[in-house]
Structures are given as C-alpha cells and as structure tokens.
Design a protein around this ligand. Structure first.
Ligand SMILES: Cc1ncc(C[n+]2csc(CCOP(=O)(O)OP(=O)(O)O)c2C)c(N)n1
Ligand code: SF4
Length: 306
C-alpha cells in the first residue's frame, strides 16, 4: 500500500499541544484517517487528554469522551452498548497510553476482552508515563532510565498484546510509528471486524526517550529493525509476522544489532556491556518465540509489503 492512498482529510487538527516529534500524535492522526468520521474516541488521562485541547475547543474532529485512568475499556463498553441500542452505527475506539493500559487499566481491558465487547482498544506505547514526567510503567523496557528508575529498570517489560492473544480476541496487531501505512492498513482491517480488537503501537517520545525530535520515524523503524519490537497480527487463532519483521524472519533483511537502537537514546546512555547483552538475549528469545508461534515465515500472506 502506498502512503498516497491514505485520505487527505484530517481529524487530528494542526496547532494542537503535542510536543514536536510526538510519535503518539503522529499515529493518532493516521489512526483517525483510517477510522473515518463515524468514530467515538475514549481517552483516559494521558498526553492525549492534554494535546487534544481544552473544552469547548478540541483538536480532535470526532466525538471524544475523556474518562478516568482505570476505566477506559469499561467506559467504551457502555458507549458501544448504548450506541447499539439506539441503532447508531459508529466505531467505539479506546486510545490509551501504556500506563493506562499495562498498569491501571488492565483489569477493565481484560474484562472487556472477556466479554468480547464490540470495540477497538488501541494502546499507544511510549514505554512510560510521559504526561506526568516520565515514570516507569509495566511497558518500560529493561535498562531504561525513567524518573523512578534512575539506574535503569531492573525487570523486562510485560507484553499486553500477547495477553490479548492468550484471551483469543477477534484481532490483535502490533504496529510502529516508523511504518504508518502498515498501521493504517491494520486499523482499516480492525474496523471491519466485529467483537473485541486490540492494536498496540510503539510510539517514540523525544523528551522521555531523550533523542532529538526529528528522529521519531527513525526510532520507530530502528526498534523493529533491531527486533526490539516485532510486527505481527493475530486472527482466527493464527499469528503472522508482518512488514519489516516478516522480511527479517524470511531472511530478506538482516536483523540490526540492538546497540543501533539503544545508543541514540539518552534513556539508555548509562547501560553497561552486560546490560546490553541482557537486552540482546531477550530480543533473541522473543524472536525465536514469535517466529515459532507464527509457524515460520511461510505462514505470512503475500500482501504485506516491506
Ligand atoms: C488514578 C490516577 N492516577 C494518576 C493520575 C495522574 N496521571 C495523569 S496522566 C498520567 C500518565 C499517563 O501515562 P500513559 O497512560 O502512559 O500515557 P502518556 O502520558 O504516556 O501519554 C498520570 C499518572 C490520574 N490522572 N489518575
Ligand atoms: S511527552 Fe512524549 S508522548 Fe507526550 S506529547 Fe510529548 S512527545 Fe508526545
């Protein structure tokens, strides 16, 4: 798919309050283009609830319901039920950060998935609580500096996309700010499905990750090219690697070393050789696991571009 196929119409308006180079707002712009105007967005406390603007103004040109941190999936469940009852055709979409997904919103998310509520839940994962000044979240990777992990986080991140696969929801996909047409295509696909759908996007954040703001797309690509983030989708009981991850697993692209991704970021500046080795072997293990789950590279359909 070519980037020119993405519609010109904007639903995230220019002049909003996101930082320059914000991966989250860049992806929300693409996601809303894929969803179109019949969309109701549910946004918990996060950077988005700030850069969307203050009532009565809004930088988002679809209805937005701001909700409490813990309850985005339950709020969206209620809205979806009410729209269905009134016969209104609209897609209800949660747009939540990793703090609001991995940590405080997890039980509501898991319960909505269990009930197979008809909604799309999108987690934009910038790997920390950005809005309140860069605190560690369950999505923060091993070794990363945050204001609550000064000498680097000691644990590996958990993986909510894999939890959603384990719950066997209608559709799960991972995406990255480095590959916007891939994101667009996955959101379009999710929109056409029914039941509970989960998409997680890796969205780099220049102030939190400490890299120059013009390198967001590069970070979004490096994270995939080094295997630190794996692009895949899950439907009908099968996992398929997609895009660049599929190309790497198929031997058409070489996996780059994790250092190429870690070194440009200030949040990893303190890492020792041993720390980098821990990350390297973590990446190798996840690759093996995902490629095995995907049944090898041949299971991937041909329509995915690199
Ligand atoms: C129950 C509760 N605890 C804490 C907060 C303060 N708070 C507002 S936004 C935020 C950070 C959200 O982080 P994340 O979900 O990762 O989104 P991001 O800020 O990274 O966009 C926090 C902790 C809150 N609003 N409610
Ligand atoms: S702090 Fe990060 S996530 Fe928040 S608006 Fe700025 S760049 Fe975006």
């Amino acid at each position: 798919m070519k980037i020119s196929a993405i519609p010109d119409r904007e639903f995230l308006l220019p002049g909003n309050a996101a930082c320059h180079g914000c991966g989250s707002s860049m992806c929300l712009r693409t996601v809303l283009k894929a969803l179109g105007k019949n969309t109701v967005l549910v946004v918990p406390a996060s950077c988005t609830s700030v850069y969307q603007g203050m009532f009565p103004g809004s930088a988002i040109d679809v209805p937005v319901f701001n909700t409490v941190f813990a309850a985005s999936a339950s709020t969206a469940s209620g809205i979806a039920a009410s729209l269905e009852r009134k016969g209104i055709d609209a897609t209800v979409v949660v747009w939540a950060g990793d703090g609001g997904t991995y940590d405080i919103g997890l039980q509501a998310l898991s319960a909505a998935a269990e009930r197979n509520k008809d909604m799309i839940y999108i987690c934009y994962n910038n790997e920390m609580y950005s809005n309140t000044g860069v605190q560690k979240s369950g999505a923060t990777p091993y070794g990363a500096w945050t204001t609550t992990t000064w000498s680097g986080k000691k644990e590996h991140r958990k993986d909510v996309a894999e939890l959603m696969v384990a719950q066997d929801v209608a559709y799960v996909a991972t995406a990255s700010a480095g590959y916007l047409t891939d994101l667009y295509r996955k959101v379009r696909k999710a929109r056409k499905k029914e039941g509970f759908r989960y998409i997680e996007i890796l969205t780099p954040c220049p102030p939190g990750w400490k890299y120059p703001m013009d390198r967001t797309v590069e970070m979004g690509r490096l994270v995939v090219e080094t295997g630190m983030w794996i692009l895949y989708e899950y439907e009908n009981g099968e996992i398929r690697l997609t895009g660049m991850s599929r190309a790497i697993a198929g031997g058409r692209r070489k996996l780059r070393d994790v250092e190429e991704y870690l070194l440009p970021q200030g949040r990893f500046a303190h890492l020792s050789r041993e720390d980098i080795d821990v990350i390297r072997s973590y990446v190798e293990k996840r690759w093996e696991k995902l490629v095995k789950l995907a049944g090898g590279v041949h299971a991937a359909p041909a329509e995915f571009y690199v």
